[in-house]
Design a protein around this ligand. Structure first.
Ligand code: DAH
Length: 357
């Protein structure tokens, strides 16, 4: 038994891998291994001999088994060590210096506009891009025969024959959100609504989908003076200039009375646009005092409340601020263009931290 023991313990100690170890296990303590054969001999022994040999054989078997288990664990540890050494990786190496995504200029400008108006107490409202013609037109005092409907190059949704639901359109402006937000919150209210709008038009300054931001402020004592101040504050903050002249030009919109289009003073000297200086004027938005019929359509009593509204093209002011000459490029998804005009995704515009860095 001592011979068996030293023979197998040496073999186990010398085994170089798990397969060898398994061979040793079968030869030593397997069903037909040497220890099993020895156990079979117990039957031929006298009871006294058996009392000594039986426990000794069991002890030998246990010892060989635990030597096998210990060696198996040691081999596994060594294999893991070897793997860790061969698969070593220097995690302190710099990452690839490649920029992945960027924020689209339209998203950036929407964030900038939102940050500026948030500072003045406006919250963001949203409405559906597919809306009924009632919200898009009638409620805004644009009845069926009104020429404004034709001017807007509206996309109408297809209707199956016999479908009696109200006609739906792709909204042609963000103004329907005025009505939806009046319905939702009543007066007083102060909201802006940035979002996509649609018109069947396509050239260097028109795309069939573009973006507007609507503004609406309703209270008991709102006047054109408030509108003028709010827009002046906005333009100064947005173009990041100290002062800017605004020109209010009398105009007409069905949903405002009186109505004004607003121009900003600018110069085109040297072919680049500078806001706030020079002798040129650039139209940036439409605005006015909300028409009583529009307040009524939104469920607000025009004898008690009044308000101003405005609508501005986001793509337009993005082109102006960031020097994009062709509107269509915004929607081409050209990666080189996006890398050039895009913004770092984590630089959220704030008034204190800087709008556009
Ligand atoms: N909805 C108008 C358009 O798309 C823009 C506009 C003009 C909005 C005057 C207004 C407003 O809220 O008061 O052309």
């Amino acid at each position: 038994m001592d011979d068996l023991k030293s023979k197998y313990l040496t073999q186990i100690a010398d085994a170089a891998d798990e397969a060898l170890l398994e061979d040793i296990r079968i030869a030593a303590v397997g069903k037909k291994g040497e220890v099993a054969l020895k156990m079979r001999e117990l039957g031929k022994m006298t009871p006294q001999e058996r009392q000594v040999a039986g426990p000794a054989l069991n002890a030998l078997k246990d010892e060989i088994n635990s030597a096998l288990a210990a060696k198996k664990a040691a081999l596994a540890d060594a294999a893991l060590d070897a793997r860790l050494r061969s698969e070593w990786l220097d995690v302190t190496l710099p990452t690839r210096p490649q920029r992945h995504g960027t924020l689209h200029p339209i998203s950036q400008v929407s964030e900038e506009v939102t940050a500026i108006f948030a500072e003045m107490g406006f919250s963001v409202a949203e409405g559906p891009r597919i809306d009924t013609d009632w919200y898009n037109f009638d409620a805004l005092n644009i009845p069926g025969h009104h020429p404004a409907r034709a001017e807007m190059d509206t996309f109408y949704m297809h209707r199956a024959e016999g479908d009696n639901r109200p006609p739906h359109v792709l909204r042609t402006h963000t103004s329907p959100v005025q009505i939806r937000s009046m319905e939702a919150t009543g007066a007083p209210t102060r909201i802006i609504c940035p979002g996509g709008v649609y018109r069947a038009d396509y050239d260097q300054t028109h795309t069939p989908m573009f973006h507007q931001v609507e503004g609406l402020a309703i209270d008991k004592d709102i006047s054109m003076a408030n509108l003028k101040w709010v827009l002046e504050e906005f333009v100064k903050s947005y173009f990041e200039v100290d002062g800017v002249d605004l020109r209010f030009r009398a105009s007409h919109f069905p949903f405002t009375e009186p109505s004004a289009e607003v121009d900003i003073r600018c110069s085109w000297e040297g072919g680049t646009l500078k806001v706030g200086e020079g002798d040129d004027w650039l139209e940036i938005l439409g605005s006015g005092m909300v028409h009583p019929k529009v307040l009524e359509a939104g469920g607000i009593d025009p004898n008690e409340w009044q308000g101003f509204a405005f609508g501005m093209g986001i793509d337009r002011i993005a082109m102006l601020k960031y020097g994009v000459p062709d509107l269509r490029a915004f929607f081409d998804s050209d990666l080189r263009w996006l890398r050039h005009y895009g913004f770092a995704a984590l630089d959220v515009p704030t008034l204190h931290g800087g709008l556009s860095r």
